[in-house]
Write a protein that binds this ligand. Structure first.
Ligand code: PXP
Length: 248
């Protein structure tokens, strides 16, 4: 069974900082604490509007953390230039709309083929492992294959939302989509990741899928960290992921 990595997204430490302006709380400090507590990597999303992570945060994360940095970015020239200058371990290409509160859906890979393919090639040539954040659907996996990126991350938001609201039927339907898409993507040779909206319950369940080798989790962990501390939240997340994996 391949191990399951935990990538911790520190965006919302920066959200809290920016609510007041100034420098505290520091997302880089949160990243260092997360690594100490067992995170296998750190994820941060430099959004076009800089609503949470700032350019300087990304540069400091790259400089100061000792585990892989996953740079979430929109597929724009501006972000490509910053990624190429920062040289993170990985870049995850995500769709971005100014009006959304969070990343609401997967990339339109087929529609974006003409700019995604050269961008993925350029980042890849620079030694950055490229992933595409997509819906758990066969059509999206097929479209991703034509881009040439080695990794896809499945958007788990619809499943987690149904789970959170106790909509069992919809949750099972959404989970089944992830199961099918992960099996298909694995067969095509993709490394499969998953993220968005995961909590202890959904992380434990998705850990049972052997094709998924990385979860990227932010909002829930930072929120839970307010009550129990970030290290305790990460240790509990690690524990439930291991529990799920053992049932795979
Ligand atoms: N993965 C991707 C590609 C994302 O865009 C996000 C949200 O920024 C996450 C994972 C983490 O989602 P959440 O903060 O809901 O755990």
């Amino acid at each position: 069974m391949p191990p399951l990595r935990l990538g911790v997204n520190v965006d919302h430490v920066a959200t809290l900082r920016n609510a007041r302006g100034g420098e505290l709380p520091d997302p880089v400090r949160a990243a260092l604490i997360a690594i100490e507590a067992g995170a296998d990597g750190i994820t941060a999303h430099l959004r076009e509007d800089r609503r949470h992570i700032r350019d300087a945060d990304m540069a400091r994360l790259k400089q100061e953390i000792t585990k892989p940095l996953n740079f979430e970015m929109a597929a724009t020239d501006e972000m490509a230039a910053i990624a190429l200058a920062t040289r993170p371990h990985a870049a995850c290409l995500v769709p971005e709309k100014r009006s959304e509160r969070t990343t609401e859906g997967g990339l339109d890979v087929a529609g974006g083929h003409n700019y995604l393919k050269p961008l993925a090639a350029e980042l890849g040539k620079a030694g950055i492992r490229v992933s595409l954040f997509i819906e758990p659907a066969r059509t999206a996996v097929d479209a991703a294959k034509s881009i040439g990126a080695p990794v896809i991350e499945f958007h788990t938001g619809a499943w987690c939302d149904a789970h959170l609201h106790g909509e069992r039927g919809r949750a099972e339907h959404e989970f089944e989509r992830i199961v099918m898409a992960a099996a298909y993507a694995h067969k095509l040779g993709f490394e499969c990741h998953a993220g968005h909206g995961l909590d202890y319950n959904t992380a434990r369940r998705i850990a049972t899928l052997p094709e998924i080798v990385e979860l990227n989790i932010g909002h829930f962990l930072i929120g839970e960290g307010i009550f129990v501390g970030i290290p305790a939240a990460i240790r509990e997340m690690r524990r439930v992921m291991d529990e799920g994996r053992a049932q795979a």
